[in-house]
Each structure stands twice: as structure tokens, then as C-alpha cells.
Design a protein around this ligand. Sequence first.
Ligand SMILES: C[S@@+](CC[C@H](N)C(=O)[O-])C[C@H]1O[C@@H](n2cnc3c(N)ncnc32)[C@H](O)[C@@H]1O
Length: 251
Amino acid sequence: MVKPVGAITRGTTNPNRLRRVDNFIAYHCGPLLKEAAQPLVVDLGYGATPVTAVELRERLADAVRVDVTVVGLEIDPVRVSAAQPFADPPWLEFRRGGFELAGLTPVVVRAFNVLRQYAEDEVAAAWRTMTATGAVLVEGTCDELGRIATWTVVEDGTPATLTLSARLPVLEHPAVFAERLPKALIHHNVPGHPVHELLRALSRAWETEATPFGPRQRWLATVRRMRAEGWPVLGGPARWRLGELTLPWPA
Ligand SMILES: C[S@@+](CC[C@H](N)C(=O)[O-])C[C@H]1O[C@@H](n2cnc3c(N)ncnc32)[C@H](O)[C@@H]1O
């Protein structure tokens, strides 16, 4: 067996923590998975328990296609053993592996709360390795309960988009995204850097769009204002209503 690429890190996870990104994967990667001969998704770094991988398989089977297969890869062999009672082959399996993907050629890789624990200068190589066989990578970070999340879609080692996503009923202010940026951005949230400008513009728009009609209407108005100001916001109201804001990475 090839030595897994990476290092064992904290295994913190929680049920339902990744529901926001799972919904995005079904939307964004659904067409690719539907047309794939082998609709394989890798959940890289599922953590101390495999609950989020179990949920990923259930959600994609419901929303995209019933025969989607999910392989949870973990670099920690103890966590691989602990996950076996939750396996449901061939639909859901747990194996040892790292960024090299253990010889698998998935359509999609989800790597959540994994790179956050690496050094920033290790990110680009990890992105390249995880996308080397052509997979679309969805890599990001969230809080313990998954109320605030950010992720980037990476193709061919290059980031394509950045998404900020919040559970709107509990969103007090979009400044909270600053603590949950992907590793590639978190140290760049300082004046003069695009991500700092983005979070400032988002905060200003949110403050301007205070409305008595609740957080969802406020977020929709905020996103529309961002677009009117020239930010190249992607998607449409159906995604924005979920508390998402997606932009091309270069923005
Ligand atoms: C904080 S947990 C994340 C669990 C889950 N993905 C979540 O978001 O709730 C990070 C896990 O990634 C694993 N990990 C770190 N580097 C890895 C690598 N290169 N390949 C596979 N797993 C890795 C760690 O062992 C740890 O269990």
C-alpha cells in the first residue's frame, strides 16, 4: 500500500455539521455525478466518527442518484477501524488513505475541516494532489455545529469559486465568516487583500439592508446589493435563500 499523504490531526466532528455543504455538492456536482459511469464521492478526513460520511451518502442518494457510492478516507487507522460498523458496501465504505486518494478516482472529493489544521504553504500541494485524477474538490471549514461555513471548489489544482454559507435565523452579522475562512484565505483577511474587501463590502451591505422582514429577506437584499455594487455573485435567489453567497475565486 502507498503511504497515505498527510498527517493525523484532531478528529472533531458532529452530526449534521456538513449539511450546508452537502446541499451545495448535490446542487453543484449533481449533474457531473448523474452522468458519471461510476458516481464515486470521497469524503476525505471524516474524523473520529464517520457520521458526516454516512449523511453525505444518504443525502446524495436522495437528491442525486440512488447508486452514488461514498468512500470515507482517513489517515488515522484507528478511526478507519472504528468506522467499519457503519459501512454499507458497496454504497458506503471506509478505508485508510490521504490526499493521494488511496488509488481511487472519484468524481467529487469533499475535504472539510481538514486543511484548516495544516500550514498555509501546504494547501496548494494538497489541492493539486486531491484533484490530480480529475476530481472536483470541495474544500472548506465550518463551526462546530455547521451554522457558519465557507468552502472553495477546486479543479485541476486551481480554486474556481468561494462560497460563504450561514444558517440565517442565527446569523447576527456576516463578520463571523472571518473566523471560518478556508486555510488559503484566513491569513489574508487584512486591508489590501480581496477577501478583506469582500467581507467589508458584505458587512456594509448587511448593515444597510436592515429590514423588519427577518434574516432571510435581509440576506437576499444584502446579496442583491453586493451584485449591484459590481461583485460577480454567482447562482440565483434559490441558492441565496439558503444563506449562500458564491463568487468566482479571482474576485
Ligand atoms: C476535524 S476532523 C474533520 C471531520 C469531518 N470532516 C468534519 O468536518 O466534521 C479532520 C480529520 O481529517 C483527518 N485527516 C487529516 N489529514 C488527512 C489526510 N491527509 N488524509 C486523510 N485524512 C486526514 C484527521 O485525521 C481528522 O480525523
